[in-house]
Design a protein. Structure first.
Length: 179
């Protein structure tokens, strides 16, 4: 699958360049949580779920206690989710798309999301784009650190990536799924 994904990324003509700040609004994961808050409560998307999947479903969640008056960001279907840190620079900024249907799901604190508010990209296509060699090569230089590597989120949000137009995004995804 990864080889086919890379082939499609290289085969489809790139029509325009956008930064993630052009695509939508970013939001952070859970904040102000302690170890006692985890294990029961509302679903939250784990770091490993993003790292290991192109798409994150509702069954890929842990549980976290969130109080009624607590201000936390809720993940929505189609949101693009990313990891912020890793032990190696090659593994920083893994991405997935939330394809679940829960109305109240949260995001791990070591992650962030981007809501596709502008409709300039097709979120399901992006799930495969995030795991292409081209994308991985472009985010690798944004990792900083020595023993633990962190993504420079502001640099990532402003960095321009090349994409095919929306119709080829839909078409290439259809080819990818049927292969």
């Amino acid at each position: 699958m990864k080889g086919l994904n890379d082939y499609l990324q290289d085969f489809v003509p790139l029509s325009y360049s956008l930064s993630f700040s052009d695509i939508g609004e970013d939001y952070s994961g859970l904040s102000g949580k302690s170890a006692e808050d985890f294990g029961s409560g509302k679903p939250y998307i784990t770091y490993v779920s993003i790292y290991a999947n192109n798409f994150v479903e509702d069954d890929c969640c842990g549980k976290v206690s969130v109080k009624r008056d607590e201000k936390q960001n809720v993940v929505q279907k189609g949101d693009m989710l990313f990891t912020l840190s890793s032990e190696t620079p090659e593994e920083v900024c893994y991405g997935a798309v939330y394809s679940g249907n829960s109305t109240e799901t949260y995001l791990n604190s070591f992650c962030f999301g981007i809501r596709n508010t502008e409709g300039k990209v097709f979120s399901p296509y992006m799930a495969y784009f995030f795991n292409s060699n081209r994308f991985r090569r472009e985010v690798y230089p944004l990792a900083q650190g020595s023993t633990r590597f962190n993504l420079q989120k502001s640099d990532f949000l402003q960095k321009h990536f090349s994409y095919p137009s929306l119709i080829p995004q839909h078409y290439s995804l259809t080819l990818f799924i049927s292969a």
